[in-house]
Design a protein around this ligand. Structure first.
Ligand SMILES: NC(=O)C1=CN([C@@H]2O[C@H](COP(=O)(O)OP(=O)(O)OC[C@H]3O[C@@H](n4cnc5c(N)ncnc54)[C@H](O)[C@@H]3O)[C@@H](O)[C@H]2O)C=CC1
Ligand SMILES: O=C(O)C(=O)COP(=O)(O)O
Length: 526
């Protein structure tokens, strides 16, 4: 078998293939997309770092390809969807460069606070400028970490050692885990408004693209510092340029850029901006770690064995697949539904499998529920294989209960989620081969969990449903179906509306104003 290495990786990674015996390695760096397209059909495996883009075109031409390995964390340079469609496993090395990236981040923070780079340039240019480069102490300053995953947590620990106050914004970090690291969980706007230094450690996804933009800069403290050692594009570079030149932002440390390699940028002309050429993972130690980790996983995939860091494969044994197939779709919907109707930080997830399914190892179903639940925020960072690990790493407790006794349905699967803001519960089953939700919180109903929906807990009283129809109609949204559940006349109730499209924010706000409506959530289960 043959593996193509497209970006420089440590020799120790290559030796893993040599030790495996029957795997030949070709190192071909700095190739264009077309050059790779022309040769890729000869390879079972590919390895990249962040430079080479593995596009749909490459994947489509790769007829023998079984695995794409990313010697690092971010897989935003790989078309994971195209790989999944073609049945190509994508593996990464999620842990090997955590410390390297965290330490570079601290380097940027300290260098910014003490003007190390401009003072160095000035002195080498013959200027002894002591008063110009008076800096700030980190002690007592607020560091706002956006994305409290592996790297964010390590940055937080190191910042605490400098006696900084650490705020974290991350919907998937529990209060308990945050307390253990000594950070305070805050919402995004609080971090943006109150931090003296903001450091980004989240993946680049459609939700985080240009998250720090002109509007967000305008909300920040005057003289704030920005550090981005995660991904280019999360900070709007033009808006950052404006914010630095206007003095709003005192300085920025950038290791990553929207387009890489980046050698010319207006930002490079600003003394207050410190730049490094995507060096976060570039330590000897990290490079050995990631190359060896990813090489081991590639060898495993090529041998047909299970891997630890697959980005895109479901871990379901073939013999169970036939039984589980309809339920996999159901449970993913249960997870996605709850993921969109809960508020606050998830603390606990309880799963109950009642009925025939209870006799099997339901891990693949649990993993799929967790993936559905965590995916809206974590995107590609969570997959069928790593979802339980991702939940655990965020301090979320997951419990599973199985009971074969079930009178009303062949199987009933219940997902209950406890967050810092309350508890939500949904139960589903399969009827005539189709997924159905049959209970939400304590309300019985029977609905197909598909498409666009509005979920409205309310108090059972007249004029609510009529007003809802009017408001939605005024916004040109068609109602396709409606399900109501209530326990007693005049008590708590729930309305679920199936609608033919998304609902504008303005309509949601109007609906929330209706007397008796407790909450309104738009849910997309397409
Ligand atoms: N500069 C460099 O050379 C390196 C950059 N990185 C980048 O750093 C980033 C973080 O890496 P890790 O800590 O290893 O990943 P991780 O998966 O452990 O942590 C990412 C965190 O971001 C959070 N998150 C995701 N979407 C979010 C959102 N919309 N709002 C708030 N939080 C959100 C997640 O909940 C998670 O806790 C990745 O983008 C990775 O590509 C990683 C290694 C080296
Ligand atoms: O691991 C990551 O996500 C990184 O950004 C490191 O990128 P690199 O492997 O150094 O090109």
């Amino acid at each position: 078998m043959r593996v193509l290495v497209c970006d420089p990786i440590s020799q120790q990674g290559i030796e893993v293939f040599q030790a495996a015996g029957n795997i030949e390695v070709d190192v071909k760096l700095k190739q264009t997309e077309d050059e790779i397209v022309n040769i890729v059909a000869d390879y079972e495996g590919i390895i990249v770092r962040s430079e080479t883009k593995i596009t749909k075109k490459i994947i489509e031409a790769a007829d023998k390809l079984k695995v794409i390995g990313r010697a690092g964390v971010g897989v935003d340079n790989i078309d994971v969807e195209a790989a999944t469609q073609k049945g190509v496993v994508v593996v990464n090395a999620p842990e090997g460069n955590t410390i390297a990236a965290a330490e570079l981040t601290l380097g940027h923070i300290i260098a910014l606070a003490r003007n190390i780079a401009p003072a160095n340039d000035a002195l080498k240019g013959g200027t002894w400028a002591r008063s110009k480069y008076v800096g700030l102490e980190l002690k007592g300053k607020k560091l706002g970490i956006l994305g409290m995953g592996k790297i964010g947590s390590e940055v937080a620990k190191r910042a605490r050692a400098f006696d900084m106050i650490v705020y974290a914004y991350d919907p998937f970090v529990s209060e308990e885990r945050a307390r253990n690291i000594g950070v305070q969980v805050k919402d995004l706007d609080t971090v943006i408004r109150e931090a003296d230094i903001i450091s980004i450690h989240m993946p680049k996804t459609k939700d985080t693209y240009r998250l720090l933009n002109a509007e967000k800069f305008s909300m920040m403290k005057d003289g704030v510092y920005i550090v981005n050692c995660a991904r280019g594009g999360i900070v709007d570079e033009e808006a950052l340029y404006e914010a630095v030149t206007s003095g709003k932002v005192a300085g920025a440390g950038l290791d990553v850029f929207e387009k890489e390699p980046m050698t010319e940028s207006p930002l490079f002309g600003l003394e207050q901006v410190l730049v490094t050429p995507h060096l976060g993972a570039s330590t000897k130690e990290a490079q050995v770690n990631v190359a060896v980790d990813v090489a081991h996983d590639i060898v495993k995939v090529l041998r047909g064995e299970a891997v630890s860091a697959a980005v895109n494969i479901p871990a379901v044994k073939p013999e169970l697949m036939a039984i589980f197939k309809p339920y996999l779709d159901l449970v993913e919907r249960l997870g996605r539904f709850i993921g969109q109707v809960t508020d606050g930080h998830i603390e606990k997830i309880s799963l109950t499998y009642a009925g025939d399914l209870a006799q099997y190892n339901v891990n693949p179903l649990t993993t799929t529920i967790l993936k559905g639940l965590l995916r809206p925020t974590l995107q590609d960072a969570v997959n069928y294989v790593n979802a339980p690990f991702v939940a655990k790493a965020r301090g979320i407790k997951v419990t599973e209960t199985k009971t074969v006794d079930m009178d009303d349905y062949a199987n009933l699967i219940t997902l209950e989620v406890v967050t810092s803001k309350g508890t939500k519960k949904v139960s589903g089953t399969i009827m005539q081969k189709e997924p159905r939700f049959v209970r939400i919180d304590d309300f019985s109903l029977d609905m197909a969990p598909i498409g666009h929906m509005l979920v409205m807990p309310h108090i059972d009283k007249p004029r609510i449903i009529g007003r809802t129809g009017t408001i939605i109609g005024e916004h040109d949204v068609n109602i396709a179906g409606m399900h109501l559940g209530r326990k007693e006349l005049g008590g708590p109730a729930i309305a679920i509306l199936n609608i033919d499209g998304t609902v504008p924010e303005a309509a949601l706000n109007q609906l929330k104003e209706i007397d008796g409506v407790i909450d309104v959530k738009y849910v997309n289960l397409q």
